[in-house]
Write a protein that binds this ligand. Structure first.
Ligand code: PMP
Ligand code: GLN
Length: 411
């Protein structure tokens, strides 16, 4: 049957095109410096690329086992044990997926019944609500608020109902850069245990933190049996296009995730899984260097943004920094001032950033001022790129503290 209004099924029609796709397209069209979509503009490490080429040459060319090449599952288990102290069974508790994105969709499809509730914390990564919708789940959102983006423990307690199936958290966090503290993690854990909910912990930025080390909530007492850890190679090895991800979950939840995964993608690219084994064996020094490099990029980004006139929030982890556009722009009554600002930035100034309303629940009736007040800059870029963005912005943007704030850019 042909539907006249929208050919897209209602479970996806509202999501439109991803903000990352849109901003990268605009960046290319306007030859802008792309600080929008979070992908490194430098290559991944040679030892991982060499392992990928060797795997192709060695004939790793057919389907892998659906839930992962055995040595890849083993390497993930070994890495997770080294990082968290938790022993997991690689055969029964790990599923290799095509990136964390597929993992999240498989978790929702495998575990959430239509009508069950999933709690997300605003601002949240854009694929979460779409994954919930595809599974027929119901999104319940709570909010971390600037300037400190503290975890809203009381809101979480109030949002849990008998229908809550999952609480999805993300630390180190995209887009705020928060790394949840031990106290915040304990409070979340207590609520999950008291209400018998599962926690999905998106840890794709697990190795990119600055002051406080990342802790997986799975390590807290009573949490291993109710946590599904999601991660991937993309950020740690600067190879976002490889799309090798995984879930780590107790056996019964792993079975549910695999039920979805086998019909979503069946299996993940075999040679890349083989190369992931070498990647995951990287020595401690690799991770130390990764953090040192990102600390330098973060400092360059913060310094550049301050010189331009922004007052950025200091990220504790991940590779994003948020800033209010308010020093430059406040258009009373504008529906989406962050969209407006980013569009001007990419088209006229030549710098792409992400308007943060994309990370908020449009159905929630909360302060729109907050959800449209920020833009996100990615610092997974070489220093010259960050500096060039600064030069472009400084040339045409002047912050204003006048009473009626309008664009102070040459429009
Ligand atoms: N979770 C978060 C918080 C992310 O920022 C991203 C995207 N980079 C993903 C999941 C998706 O990861 P992947 O590229 O491995 O699918
Ligand atoms: N995670 C990346 C970001 O937040 C985007 C990944 C994507 O476009 N799917 O920028």
């Amino acid at each position: 049957m042909l539907r006249e209004n929208s050919p897209t099924a209602s479970r996806l029609a509202n999501f439109g095109e991803s903000v990352f796709t849109r901003m990268s397209r605009l960046a290319a069209a306007h030859k802008a410096v792309n600080l929008g979509q979070g992908f490194p503009n430098f290559d991944g490490p040679e030892f991982v690329k060499t392992a990928g080429k060797a795997a192709i040459d060695a004939g790793f060319g057919q389907y892998a086992r659906s839930f992962g090449l055995p040595e890849c599952n083993q390497a993930i288990a070994t890495r997770f044990h080294a990082d968290s102290g938790i022993e997991v069974n690689p055969e029964r508790e790990i599923t290799v997926t095509s990136g964390a994105t597929e993992a999240i969709v498989a978790v929702m499809l495998g575990l959430v019944e239509p009508g069950e509730e999933v709690i997300l914390v605003e601002p949240f990564y854009d694929c979460y609500p779409a994954a919930i919708s595809m599974a027929g789940g119901v999104l319940r959102s709570i909010r971390m608020v600037s300037p400190d983006f503290a975890f809203p423990v009381e809101q979480l307690r109030a949002a849990v109902t008998p229908k809550t199936r999952l609480i999805l958290i993300n630390s180190p966090h995209n887009p705020t850069g928060r790394v949840l503290s031990d106290q915040e993690l304990s409070q979340i854990a207590k609520i999950a245990i008291d209400n018998d909910c599962l926690v999905v912990s998106d840890e794709v930025y697990e190795h990119i933190y600055f002051e406080r080390k990342h802790t997986s909530i799975a390590t807290l007492p009573g949490m291993r049996e109710r946590t599904i850890v999601v991660s991937s190679l993309g950020k740690t090895f600067s190879l976002t296009g490889w799309k090798v991800g995984w879930t780590i979950a107790p056996e019964q939840f792993t079975q549910a995730i695999r039920s979805a995964h086998q019909f979503l993608t069946f299996s993940t690219a075999t040679p890349l899984q083989r190369a992931a084994v070498d990647a995951l064996k990287a020595p401690k020094e690799f991770y130390t260097q990764l953090r040192a490099d990102y600390a330098a990029r973060r400092d360059a980004m913060l310094c550049m943004l301050r010189n331009v006139g922004f007052d950025p929030f200091i990220p504790e982890g991940s590779y994003f920094v948020l800033a209010k556009h308010e020093p430059f722009y406040l258009k009373p009554g504008a529906l989406a001032p962050d969209e407006d600002f980013c569009e001007h930035l990419v088209k006229t100034v030549g710098v792409a950033a992400i308007p943060c309303n994309a990370f908020y629940d449009p159905a929630a009736t909360r302060d729109v001022q907050e959800s449209t007040s920020m833009i996100r800059f990615a610092f997974c870029k070489d220093l010259e790129t960050i500096l060039e963005a600064g030069r472009r912005m400084q040339a045409v943007m002047k912050p204003t503290l006048e009473e009626t704030k309008v664009f102070k850019m040459d429009r």
